[in-house]
Design a protein. Sequence first.
Length: 382
Amino acid sequence: MDLITTAELSTLLHDRPDWHVSMFMPTHRVGRETEQDPIRFKNLLREAEEGLLAKGLRSPDVRAMLKPAQRLLEDPIFWHHLSDGLAIFLTPHAFYSYRLPLSFEERVMIADRFYLKPLLPLFMDDGRYYLLALSQKQVRLLEGTRHTVDEVGLKHVPQSLAEALQYDHFEKQLQYHTGTSGGAGKRPAIFHGHAVEDEEKERILQWFQKIDAELSRLLAGRQSPLVLAGVEYLLSLYRQANSYAHLIPEGIPGNPDELKPEALHARAWTLVQPVFVQAREEMVARYRALAGTGRTTTDVAEAVLAARHGRVEALFVATRVQVWGRFDPVTNTVQVHPNPETGDEDLLDLAAIQAILNGGRVYAVELDQMPDDAPLAAVFRY
């Protein structure tokens, strides 16, 4: 599975004077239907080609634009490592592909900017969390929701402690710390301030600092809880290296190598669900306490402008509701239309994306669960 950072979301949002192709499709992890995924993707590429030709582009330019996506059809490894959905973004000068834990509706959009609405659930503060499983043999990062869990590739850090430390006796030393018994007639070695123990801890801390730096890059701008899983010796050391503000105190004890992602997900959800419930309830109470002070709004145009300028602390948006209009960054104005017009976009999605990019919390809830009688409700930082 791939992970979209807020920096990448910002890049995708950036306007360019080109046609932008956005393609979404559901994919399958296992089963016979996996064989149909490349065929469905080929059909989407044909639809994109026809759409670009209809926009007036020359056939050689269309083929050149779609070539990076066509190459995916020639990569069997890519199609054997899918998640629940595939998102592709193309311009004449850029290509992005993401295998994501969202089952998208099959769709091709061609416009003057990328269509990003299907990505918003990845950034909402409505039950998404991360789990870091640590053991002497491997490190795994999982992304979970109430109903799903998927592994995120950690590409820029050593994948095991032995690899990170390059220390021949690491596994034996770690076993001493975690209570593994010695051979017949031997007691497990226990170090009390010994230099070997101090050196080992320092090297493990250095490795954990590399992992923390990678997580800081991947999770920049996010406020999702992070859960640790592993033996307490490692969890204690990782907490010393951690700089992610949303690491929860409780962890999942024991060797995570013995647990499948689904089992880790079930144990992690019991820890993070109260965090989500409490955070949303506190924000609803904050909205109501600040109502009438100028620190809240249900006005869509005002919320879009506030989100754009980093004033939104929290934003509630109603699911399955659209408010159409247009934002002009040059004049810094917002037009709201009763019905969609040419060039319009969903202003609720725009407000949510801008709030996310500027560090605000975003909650997607049913209309009857909104804190006010409106499809949008915002709390301002000032």
